[in-house]
Write a protein that binds this ligand. Structure first.
Ligand SMILES: Nc1ncnc2c1ncn2[C@@H]1O[C@H](COP(=O)(O)OP(=O)(O)OP(=O)(O)O)[C@@H](O)[C@H]1O
Length: 305
């Protein structure tokens, strides 16, 4: 049988994660991500989204361990790779953006040097050239005054800017897969949309596949072509995002969708004017209008008097 679908960039099969023999947290999760595709993993807190993403990156920490299944990245069984080979893949062919950039950035090292390190380690550039590339990378994630910001330390930047720096680090080597785990959950509502737009735009331009982990259906709806729904360590449903919203099959998914705040004709005050919830805009860091994601959090925040 011939198929027109390209080979997946990531293929997770029957992935199981546990603590010791008796305590299973992930009970056989399978999904594929195609090149250039943005695939969402959605589910409530504790459903196993993050440990799935960490397993793909090879960053799962003891006492958690993979107890079964396989992870193929570009056709290669990464669970069979040694530590060094795995480390070489990370940051180069696959990269990750975490919820809280402060935990991933080194507080004692300037932003520019942390980005430059990617080019030194993975591309073999000298520090001088790497620093030049770091400033370009900051420019590409629309950090204003990139030369100046390159000399700053993480604590000197806002949360939104720090997350842009993390994106610059993650995408520095033009990976084929980006794992974004709740990349905007820790950010102000007003900067969330800008950061997600940036991820979408840069990954689209480079053909980077994205595994987007989120508890937020609004974020998933805006970003993902397909979505897998997780519940208690199982992938209970997988559909095209549009189909999932129109016709959720699994009772858990129906419950998750029903728990969303009602959208539609409600109006809220945004920047001094009444706006339809479906049509809200906010300003990004450069004062440009960007669409605001309709999320439970953003609805709650906008609805406040
Ligand atoms: N280091 C750890 N030790 C023990 N259990 C853990 C550890 N990390 C995660 N777990 C457990 O694994 C399960 C899945 O956690 P995971 O973080 O993947 O959930 P999640 O869906 O990403 O939720 P959240 O959005 O809250 O992170 C949960 O029951 C969690 O308590």
């Amino acid at each position: 049988m011939s198929s027109s679908l390209p080979d997946p960039v990531l293929s997770v099969r029957d992935l199981r994660i546990g603590i010791g023999a008796g305590n299973q947290l992930l009970h056989g999760v399978s999904f594929d991500i195609l090149p250039g595709e943005t695939y969402g993993l959605v589910g409530e807190s504790g459903s196993g989204k993050s440990i799935t993403g960490l397993s793909v990156m090879g960053l799962l920490k003891s006492p958690l361990a993979i107890t079964g299944g396989s992870i193929h990245f570009q056709g290669q069984d990464v669970l069979q790779l040694g530590k060094r080979a795995r480390r070489r893949l990370r940051g180069d062919r696959m990269a990750m953006v975490f919820q809280e950039p402060m935990t991933a950035l080194n507080p004692l090292v300037t932003i520019g040097r942390q980005i430059a390190e990617m080019f030194v380690v993975h591309r073999g550039l000298g520090w001088r050239d790497a620093r030049h590339k770091a400033v370009e990378a900051l420019e590409s994630v629309r950090v204003p005054a990139p030369e100046e910001r390159a000399r700053a330390y993480p604590h000197q930047l806002s949360g939104g800017m720090r997350q842009r720096v993390m994106i610059a680090i993650a995408l520095a080597c033009r990976p084929d897969l980006l794992i974004a785990d709740e990349p905007t959950t820790a950010l102000d509502v007003t900067v969330q949309a800008g950061v997600l737009e940036l991820i979408a735009e840069l990954c689209r331009a480079e053909g980077t596949a994205v595994l987007l982990v989120s508890h937020d259906l609004g974020v998933i709806a805006n970003m993902c072509g397909r979505v897998g729904v997780m519940d208690q360590g199982r992938l209970v449903e997988e559909q095209d995002t549009k189909a999932l919203f129109e016709n959720p099959l699994h009772p858990y998914t129906r419950g998750l969708l029903a728990a969303r705040p009602r959208l539609g004709s409600r109006t809220v005050a945004t920047r001094g004017r009444l706006t339809e919830l479906d049509d809200m805009v906010a300003s990004d860091e450069r004062g440009r209008d960007v669409p605001t994601l309709i999320t439970p959090r953003s609805v709650a925040a906008e609805a406040l008097p």
